[in-house]
Ligand binder design. Structure first.
Ligand code: MN
Length: 443
């Protein structure tokens, strides 16, 4: 049994914070490419894990591309099955009612689990697909509490639904890994999270993710998944997105002037292109993140503004080379480009730690702590402080008020990173205060 798996298309939307001229950046365009892949690979069915349609106000934008794709699938003998998510709980059933019968099967309407059985045209193997749809915009209880008994008839079952994995307080159908693991299914296919990937292996829990990323919060490679289902569930990602979001860190440590900072930015962008570029990509949208202790701290606004205002950098045919920086040149048909969506200055001032550490005031003590953390270990810290730092992550993760914190076991490296950042902030704040008081006194 061959399947194409996707979800969270949000038909009606397109990737944001990119130039208008980037082609094929809509979810409608990626849906058409997904249909191409399904037909080329002769899949038996396409499974869609919710939020196929963005919401009601996109009804008419979604209808045309959806119907066209479904018609192409049907003429190729491919079935399409979907569940509704929080965004399309009302729109999807309404849309389907206007489509030819059997163009799209919506499973589990109204939040009642429903099963269909597919038969492969390749080897006549069978597969149950057990689906559940959002009945309303929010659902606070796990849909798995009403999961029906799964038939033990030798035919594998795939569970298809939209929901939030391991976020107990979520209002979008909270699902616990432990309850998913208990169900005798061959795999779970989930929607809601736009960054795709396998979240568990026994049984596999797959979030296909959005095939086209929609905003800078959705980095990484996006596409659809091809799955082979027999006794096992084999799946692989087929990249399809025309846009990719990424973060590029530019270390400005030791950078003395803006010119050399700019050189580092260009080099970092080139490296990012070389690393991330792949066939089918039209635009790399970059969040630039300045780091490092630098004399330029506090003086990067102009460079940041230049980058945000920069014309899109268009790439020549030569992969990985930024050749020209031109704005929407009508004469070039190049559609490979890089743009900057955000610039974040996380540099810190370049203090003389040794000089500061000789003091006995708060600044002196902090400078001593900062030096003790220099080498990536907590060992040089006073024992009481060290023990506190090692204890705190567990306490935070265990406290109900911090539901977002899952990782109780921070590595020593990560702890040092946190401690360093906090010491730096305190030190920077105290020094800034001291300097401003100093200025007041002398003025
Ligand atoms: Mn959703």
């Amino acid at each position: 049994m061959r399947l194409l798996i996707t979800g969270d298309l949000h038909l009606g939307r397109r990737s944001t914070r990119i130039p208008d001229r980037i082609p094929d950046a809509s979810s409608a365009a990626v849906w058409a490419r997904a249909v191409d892949v399904a037909i080329a690979h002769e899949v038996d069915a396409v499974l869609i894990s919710g939020d196929l349609v963005d919401q009601d106000n996109r009804y008419f934008e979604a209808l045309g591309p959806l119907e066209l794709g479904l018609r192409r699938l049907r003429s190729a003998g491919i079935r399409a099955l979907a569940v509704a998510g929080n965004h399309d709980h009302a729109t999807l059933p309404a849309l389907v009612a206007t489509l030819p019968t059997d163009a799209l099967t919506v499973l589990g309407a109204g939040g009642r689990w429903e099963q269909v059985t597919l038969t492969s045209r390749h080897d006549h193997s069978r597969l149950h697909v057990l689906g559940w749809s959002f009945p309303s915009r929010t659902v606070r209880e796990s849909p798995l509490t009403s999961l029906p008994r799964i038939a033990n008839d030798g035919v594998p079952t795939i569970g298809l639904l939209h929901g939030d994995l391991d976020v107990p307080t979520s209002v979008y159908a909270p699902l616990a890994s432990s309850e998913l693991a208990r169900a005798p299914v061959c795999a779970w296919v989930l929607g809601h999270i736009h960054a795709g990937g396998l979240r568990a292996h026994a049984p596999p829990v797959l979030y296909p993710g959005s095939p086209q990323p929609l905003d800078p919060g959705e980095p990484g490679v996006h596409g659809v998944w091809l799955a082979d289902v027999a006794d096992t569930f084999h799946t692989r990602l087929v990249p399809l997105a025309s846009v990719q979001y990424c973060t590029v860190t530019v270390d400005l440590a030791g950078c003395a002037d803006l010119e050399s900072a700019r050189t580092r930015v260009v080099r970092a962008l080139r490296d990012a292109v070389a690393r991330e570029w792949r066939e089918g990509l039209h635009h790399l949208a970059v969040r630039v993140h300045f780091t490092g202790r630098s004399a330029l701290h506090g003086r990067l606004d102009a460079l940041a503004q230049q980058l945000r205002d920069a014309p899109t950098l268009w790439l020549d045919d030569e992969p990985g080379e930024i050749v020209r920086a031109i704005v929407f040149d009508e004469r070039t048909d190049s559609v490979q480009s890089v743009g900057v969506t955000h610039v974040h200055d996380a540099t810190t001032p370049d203090h003389d730690l040794d000089a500061l550490a000789s003091g006995t005031d708060a600044i002196g003590v902090l400078a001593q702590l900062r030096r003790a953390l220099q080498h990536g270990s907590l060992d040089a810290l006073p024992p009481s402080l060290r023990d506190t730092l090692r204890r705190v992550p567990g306490e935070v993760a265990g406290a109900r008020v911090f539901t977002g914190v899952a990782d109780a076991a921070l590595s020593e490296e990560a702890l040092v990173e946190v401690a360093r950042a906090q010491v730096d902030r305190l030190l920077d704040a105290l020094l800034a205060q001291r300097d401003s008081i100093g200025r007041e006194r002398t003025s």
